[in-house]
Each structure stands twice: as structure tokens, then as C-alpha cells.
Design a protein around this ligand. Structure first.
Ligand SMILES: Nc1ncnc2c1ncn2[C@@H]1O[C@H](COP(=O)(O)OP(=O)(O)OP(=O)(O)O)[C@@H](O)[C@H]1O
Ligand SMILES: [Mg+2]
Length: 278
């Protein structure tokens, strides 16, 4: 891809469009349970989420932030890799009342994934910068000719497109943007029409004019439900056979990080790994 400094003129549209096809990818290089149904017009739809456990308090905080009477633009979820930021944002997105949000848009800025083999570039998932994000948003709102609009006018165009819409915009993995680009995104969100709200996820802590949800370990109870679900849906016999003591050990070893739980669970029964601690 060739992008100029602000990412606009030479931006390779095809990259973004591929991004709109599939949005879920695990940080362990495995495809998520999140996926979008292939629809010809709108592709940045909220991914499906077959299961989700716990996080009641956080969901309540986000619900509050998304209430029409709340003046802020929404909520920022931050926390370490794999802790469940994307899962929480998607859950909150599904729970947000359709009456308040007739349009729900999910945009991912993730460019790299952690796999057991190291970092892997996700070419297909690129939304490299603010201008690309705005352009994508515009296309989702039905403005296909956004590329013809000068870059410095695009934010106003998108604001105008949003002005009579009730939209919830989820921007996932904002930490992949540079500081300047992140600032531009937050400035844009600060001037969203009041009918629209946003949820942003980021591994990076940032002070913003929105509700901040600092995501930490999954509760033990939620993790136990998650482990039971993994044993069932992944048909993981080793995990299914695990005693309560072993499940507790898995939780403690993972530090309550769902991605690590998933990763350890996936290793069980493989040669050289019969334990719940790695
Ligand atoms: N509350 C939950 N209930 C069920 N599954 C969950 C929950 N939280 C996270 N997961 C699962 O754990 C894995 C990691 O979660 P997720 O991708 O949301 O983490 P993340 O914080 O967004 O990571 P990253 O920083 O890499 O983007 C995913 O497979 C997700 O579906
Ligand atoms: Mg994520």
C-alpha cells in the first residue's frame, strides 16, 4: 500500500474493503467467533457474538455512557492485550437499544496480531489512520464518493452524514494509530452530533472526555463459564475432563486473561503439555 503522510491521496481502497469483510481475529492467530454476515452494502456491521460472560459492571458503565442524556461521546475501553476489550465492546454494542441506535458500525484499526509464532501483520484488517477511518465511516453511511472530497473536508462531510442518524460507532484497537492520529480521532468524536455515540477500544491508556473503562481480569465465575463453553464449543476433551482444581489453576495461571485461558486450553493434550500451568 502506498499512503501519503495523511494517508489519503494514495490510499489503497481495496485494503479497507477487505477489512470490511471479516473483522474477527484472535491475538493467537485463530479466527474469532466474531464474523459479519456477508451483505452487499454494509459490511462494517457489528460482529456476531455467540457467547459472552460476566463484565456486568462494565456493561452498566457503558450503558450509562451511551444514554442519550449523557453529554460525552461515549466510552473508551482500555486494558492489556487479550483481556476482552473487543468482546466487551461488541457485547455493549449488541445491548445498546435499537431505538437509540438505528445504525451500528464496527471499524477495526488492528494491523498486527500476536500469534505463538510472533507478530503477524494483518494486511486485510488495515485501517491505518484517521483519514482512512473517516472515509470508511462515510462509505458505511452511504457516501461512496468520499475519495473525491478533499481530505480537510471529510470530517465535516461525515459529521453532516451523521447529523440525522442515530449511530453507534465502535472503533476497535485505536492504539495502532500514532498519537497524532489518535488525537484527531478523539477530536472528531468530541464533535459528534448528539444523536450519535462511540465506543473505542485501546491497549493504551488515554485521558479523554468520555467514560473510561479500565478492563482487568475476568471474574473467576465468568472465567469458569468461559472455560465450560470452550470445552463444549471447541470439543476440547482435555478441558472437559479438567477438575475444578485444575480449572482454578488455569484461571490463576492466566491472571484471568481470557485470551491466555483460550491459548492454554488449546495447548492441552498436545505433546509435552498435560498441565494447566505453562
Ligand atoms: N467476557 C468474555 N466472555 C467470553 N469470551 C470472552 C470474554 N472476553 C474475552 N473473550 C474471548 O477472549 C478472547 C480475547 O478477547 P478480545 O479479543 O476481546 O481481547 P482484546 O482485549 O480485545 O485483545 P487485543 O488487545 O489483542 O485487541 C476472544 O476470543 C474473546 O472472544
Ligand atoms: Mg481487541
Amino acid at each position: 500500500m502506498t499512503t501519503n503522510q495523511s494517508g489519503g491521496a494514495n490510499f489503497d481502497k481495496s485494503k479497507v474493503e477487505v477489512n470490511r469483510d471479516v473483522v474477527g481475529h484472535d491475538s493467537i492467530g485463530e479466527q474469532h467467533n466474531y464474523y459479519t454476515a456477508p451483505t452487499p452494502q454494509r459490511k462494517a456491521e457489528l460482529p456476531n457474538q455467540p457467547y459472552f460472560f460476566g463484565r456486568e459492571e462494565e456493561l452498566e458503565t457503558i450503558k450509562d455512557a451511551l444514554a442519550p442524556e449523557n453529554r460525552s461521546w461515549g466510552a473508551l475501553i482500555d486494558g492489556p492485550g487479550g483481556i476482552g476489550k473487543t468482546a466487551l465492546a461488541i457485547r455493549a454494542g449488541h445491548l445498546a437499544p435499537e431505538g437509540n441506535f438505528k445504525t451500528k458500525i464496527f471499524l477495526s484499526a488492528k494491523v498486527r496480531d500476536l500469534t505463538p509464532q510472533g507478530e503477524e501483520k494483518l494486511e486485510d484488517f488495515m485501517l491505518p489512520n484517521y483519514i482512512a477511518l473517516l472515509s470508511e465511516l462515510a462509505r458505511e453511511l452511504g457516501e461512496d464518493d468520499i475519495a473525491k472530497i478533499p481530505e480537510n473536508e471529510r470530517a465535516n462531510t461525515v459529521r453532516r452524514l451523521l447529523s440525522d442518524r442515530y449511530a453507534l460507532i465502535i472503533i476497535d484497537n485505536l492504539e495502532t494509530f500514532t498519537e497524532t492520529e489518535r488525537k484527531r480521532v478523539f477530536q472528531f468524536l468530541g464533535r459528534l452530533p448528539s444523536s450519535c455515540k462511540a465506543i473505542v477500544t485501546s491497549r493504551r491508556r488515554t485521558d479523554v472526555d468520555a467514560r473510561i473503562v479500565r478492563l482487568e481480569r475476568l471474574s473467576r465465575e465468568a472465567a469458569m463459564n468461559f472455560i465450560a463453553e470452550l470445552a463444549k464449543s471447541k470439543n476440547n476433551k482435555h478441558l472437559a475432563r479438567a477438575t475444578q482444581e485444575e480449572r482454578d489453576k488455569l484461571y490463576d495461571t492466566s491472571g484471568g486473561n481470557p485470551l491466555i485461558i483460550k491459548w492454554i486450553a488449546g495447548q492441552l493434550g498436545r505433546k509435552g503439555c498435560n498441565h494447566f500451568t505453562v
